[in-house]
Design a binder for this molecule. Structure first.
Ligand code: ATR
Length: 271
């Protein structure tokens, strides 16, 4: 029996057990994937306990993503660049390997849903400057985005992020988003605004080109007010569920030995 799971505090809300549970059944693997509540003060001890009891690895969610990177023996370049890890694998010799698959999930979803219609040479606008924005900016730059324009309610955070990545990432004022949308090829919301129970972002899409792709990494609700507003203007809108599904693939493959597919049954299960 192969064991893996997700660590968080709280962790009850995590949808990862449904994803991995679906794949374990689909591929006929003798394995389990469990929620592991882990208080931040116990996180390191909990990781070692799971490793020592023979687990294959874990996903890590809020608030442990930075701690997961710091306690790792090895980390992938993308985890280092993002400054956080969401996937830990225990090697046969007991080493702790940290990866960040959020950027991978974001790009795979974009490729699957937008295909060739994403214009990489046009500016990509990223709203927000938290951990999720870091993963998205990394993903965009890795995949050849010519310019990444960051805007955040607290401007200093957008500037810090732009400085951390360097050109072609740059920051603009939150109030200047409307103008920044002119000529954009992609607009990504990474803020937590519009999540269930929170006030939505009020973005004016008037200046955005007709072929811009609008995407939100929030998936509760599936269609955020941000995506709704984009659709109302006839723009292409891509929800964030696919990012969640695709980010789970590398961990599943590392722990259970099968490269899983995101299929329509899984998507439907998550709605
Ligand atoms: P994460 O690391 O998961 O991305 P975070 O660091 O809390 O989470 O970042 C949340 C992001 O949503 C921030 O960019 C935040 O803006 P501030 O830096 O100004 O706090 C943004 N955000 C949250 N609520 C918002 C709102 N109502 N309007 C605009 N931005 C909002």
């Amino acid at each position: 029996m192969l064991h893996a799971g997700v660590m968080g505090w709280p962790v009850a809300h995590s949808r990862s057990p449904e994803i991995h549970g679906y794949w374990l059944k689909k591929y006929g693997i003798q394995g389990s994937y469990e929620r592991v509540p882990s208080d931040p003060s116990d996180f390191e001890t909990d990781v070692h306990r799971l490793r020592d009891s023979g687990w294959r690895g874990v996903n890590v969610t809020i608030p442990h993503k930075e701690a997961a990177l710091s306690l790792a023996d090895e980390a992938t370049p993308r985890a280092r660049a993002i400054g956080a890890a969401n996937t830990i694998t225990f090697s046969r010799s007991g080493r702790i390997l940290a990866d960040n698959t959020d950027a991978f999930g974001f790009i795979e979803n974009l490729k699957e849903r937008a295909g060739a219609s994403w214009r990489r040479e046009a500016p990509a606008i990223v709203l927000g400057a938290g951990g999720a924005a870091r993963a998205v900016v990394h993903a965009l730059l890795e995949s050849g985005a010519r310019t990444v324009t960051l805007a955040n309610r607290t401007q200093s955070r957008a500037e810090a992020l732009a400085t951390a990545f360097g050109p072609p990432a740059r920051a603009v004022e939150w109030a200047g988003i409307g103008e920044a949308l002119a000529g954009a090829g992609l607009i990504v919301n990474t803020t937590s605004a519009g999540m269930d129970g929170r006030p939505p972002l009020d973005i004016d899409f008037a200046a955005a080109p007709a072929d811009v792709i609008v995407t939100d990494i929030v998936y509760t609700p599936l269609i955020t007010p941000f995506l709704d507003a984009a659709t109302a203007r006839g723009l292409i809108a891509i929800d964030g569920l696919g990012m969640l599904l695709h980010q789970a693939r590398p961990g599943f493959e590392a722990w259970f030995g099968v490269a899983p597919q995101v299929d329509e049954t899984l998507r439907a299960l998550m709605l």
